[in-house]
Design a protein around this ligand. Structure first.
Ligand SMILES: *Cc1c(COP(=O)(O)O)cnc(C)c1O
Length: 409
């Protein structure tokens, strides 16, 4: 459908009115995709409509054959969802974007549309637990094999990719241990093996890391995290080339229906306007909090890609702006002691969400990652003394004071 790749708003901004220079992503975040109705509203309109009408039976036919640009049904496309998709594509620097109802529907569709029985997937092992369940339990039921890899060793990746591989899936930085995968290195090896590289870029957000520029083919998001970032709606997105979206993804999602609702898209399109500001501030706060945590005797180790002590600090500096908005750390003590510290926090909330304007702390082993096999959890380093802290937009001095008082006896 042609309206999916119109680079600038329509109706209010005909082709001739659009700027003739390339806009900065921060400007795209405010302007791209804007489709004003005839009322000239400033705020993006919320088009709550499941279907669309036609002026004639013939117009309906031409709409279905894509000869004219006309919405046909909101499972396929909706004007508010299209605004979100075009705006996020402009920020990411992707040809096209498809919005989905959640991050998990984005992850599943992004991978499932590429594979069939007999195909092989290679994945970086450290990932969000539902993504792990899709790869380790669901897809294998349909005759797809999956191999999990750890670390940044090119020899290990090359060996895994010496087998015919359809998809390489990776999350970087990973949730919750903040392992970093070298996207450029893996993409080069994956392409030599004929594989499509899908990156879960949730933890970095489109502001801190651009996987497509580093060589990846497809990027997926849980828009629930930084993109909404204010704890309101679920959403997801998949970004990639025209060929991937039209050749693989659309034929899959149009009929399986993981559609993003117009209301959620309307919330998310406004969130994109402040995404850059929010993520930069959260990233700066996280750096300060991570530095503070390294000085605490009750903390055994701090995992944060922005600290020079992080094993992949050099790769992080190459492929990301900053170390991200999330920190994990290992408490010097048992789980009861750690729970007592969490319970003493007065500003930071106990919650398993992340990327929110509110700072949130969670105990992955007993919540988000409890679904993992204990052996896999141990292998990933997610022990009972590890917590994940998603750093929000509060002033950093209050976050540090809060942690300081909770860690004091
Ligand atoms: C939350 C999350 C997802 C899943 O997103 P939902 O919107 O909860 O479905 C996928 N990957 C990562 C890294 C996440 O943090």
């Amino acid at each position: 459908m042609t309206h999916r790749h119109r680079p600038w708003g329509y109706q209010s901004s005909p082709e001739g009115v659009a700027p003739d220079w390339e806009l900065h992503p921060d400007t795209q975040a405010i302007r791209a995709g804007l489709a004003r109705s005839g009322f000239g509203e400033t705020g993006e309109a919320l088009y709550l409509s499941s279907g669309y009408t036609y002026e004639s039976a013939e117009q309906a036919v031409h709409s279905f054959t894509d000869e004219i640009d006309h919405f046909v049904y909101s499972r396929f496309a909706n004007p508010t969802v299209a605004m979100f998709e075009q705006r996020l594509a402009a920020i990411e620097g992707a040809e096209l974007c498809v919005g989905t109802g959640s991050g998990m529907s984005a992850m599943f569709a992004a991978v499932a549309c590429l594979v069939e029985a007999g195909d092989h997937i290679v994945a970086s092992a450290a990932m969000f637990s539902s993504c792990y369940v899709v790869l380790a339990e669901i897809l294998p039921k349909w005759g797809i094999t999956v191999e999990f890899i750890r670390g940044n060793d090119p020899d290990v990746w090359a060996k895994a990719l010496s087998k015919k591989t359809k998809v390489v899936f990776l999350e970087t930085p990973s949730n919750p241990m903040l392992e970093v995968v070298d996207i450029a290195m893996v993409s080069e090896l994956a392409h030599a093996a004929g594989a499509t590289v899908v990156v879960d870029n949730v933890m970095a957000s489109p502001i801190l890391q651009k996987p497509l520029q580093l060589g990846a083919d497809v990027v997926m998001y849980s828009a629930t995290k930084h993109i909404d970032g204010q704890g309101r709606v679920l959403g997801g997105a998949i970004l990639g080339s025209f060929d991937y979206i039209h050749g693989y993804l659309n034929p899959f999602v149009r009929h399986t229906g993981p559609t993003l609702s117009a209301f959620n898209a309307w919330v998310l399109v406004k969130s994109l306007e402040t995404l850059s500001m929010r993520v930069h501030r959260m990233n700066d706060n996280a750096q300060l909090v991570a530095e503070f945590l390294t000085s605490q005797s009750k903390i055994k180790s701090v995992n944060y890609p922005g600290l020079p002590t992080h094993p992949d600090y050099e790769i992080t500096k190459r492929q990301m702006i900053g170390g991200g908005t999330t920190i994990s750390f290992e408490f010097n003590g048992d789980m009861d002691g750690l729970f007592a510290v969490m319970d003493k926090l007065k500003v930071i909330d106990i919650s398993n969400n992340l990327g929110d304007s509110k700072s949130l702390i969670t105990h992955p082993a007993s919540t988000t990652h409890r679904r993992l096999d204990p052996a896999v959890r141990a292998e990933l380093g997610i022990n009972d003394s590890v917590v994940r802290l998603s750093v929000g937009l509060e002033h950093s001095t209050d976050l540090i004071k809060d942690l300081e008082q909770a860690l004091a006896n």
